[in-house]
Design a protein around this ligand. Structure first.
Ligand SMILES: [Mg+2]
Length: 191
């Protein structure tokens, strides 16, 4: 398998961004809830695995959605260097379920650097379902996402190959092709 740069697109939260780390940190800082670790988040819908008031969970995500840059959300290890490398060969495409474009654009520009970001295609679609249409419009063959339900939906499209980015909430729940690190993505792209 050799993935051509420009033929692969990326989800952001849980793929490029270490959303879990920021979520746990904000939960602690804003609501004083401590003792959680990344391994505790074993459901994409975190209310299903944490015994925390859904309003608190919502409030925490609201912070991350409104201003991920101010919230100090970090990229996952290796993401920035691989994306910068890929971005030099072809424009990058990101498709996120986030509803607002501006806050995540600011974050992406900050972590990737303005030069890499300038040629990026960033789609904030505001929905977890229906990514296939945007993936096809962007001319991609591969898409990396941590939500396996999204990947299962993409798998039904014969022209798209989903790659599940391994996270505790998708482990052992699917039989799709997966990648567990940015090093593995770099290898697939023969960087
Ligand atoms: Mg995600």
């Amino acid at each position: 398998m050799r993935v051509k740069p420009g033929s692969i697109g990326f989800d952001i939260d849980g793929v490029v961004a270490d959303t879990t780390e920021a979520f746990i940190r904000i939960l602690n800082k804003k609501y004083g809830i401590s003792g959680l670790s990344a391994a505790d988040i074993v459901e994409f819908d975190v209310c299903r695995c944490l015994d925390i008031d859904p309003e608190i969970v919502e409030g925490t995500f609201a912070v991350l959605l409104a201003d991920p840059l101010a919230a100090g959300m970090r990229p996952l290890p290796g993401a920035v260097s691989v994306l910068q490398h890929l971005g030099r060969q072809a424009p990058l495409t990101f498709i996120t379920a986030r509803p607002q474009h501006r806050p995540i654009a600011d974050w992406l520009s900050h972590v990737l650097g303005r030069q890499t970001f300038q040629s990026c295609n960033l789609i904030a679609m505001g929905d977890h379902d229906g990514k296939a249409r945007h993936i096809r419009q962007a001319g991609l063959d591969y898409f990396v996402d941590d939500r396996y339900e999204t990947c299962l939906e993409l798998e039904t499209q014969e022209d798209i190959t989903p790659l599940v980015f391994t996270q505790p909430w998708n482990k052992g729940r699917h039989q799709l092709r997966s990648v567990s690190s940015w090093l593995e993505i770099a290898e697939l792209c023969h960087l």
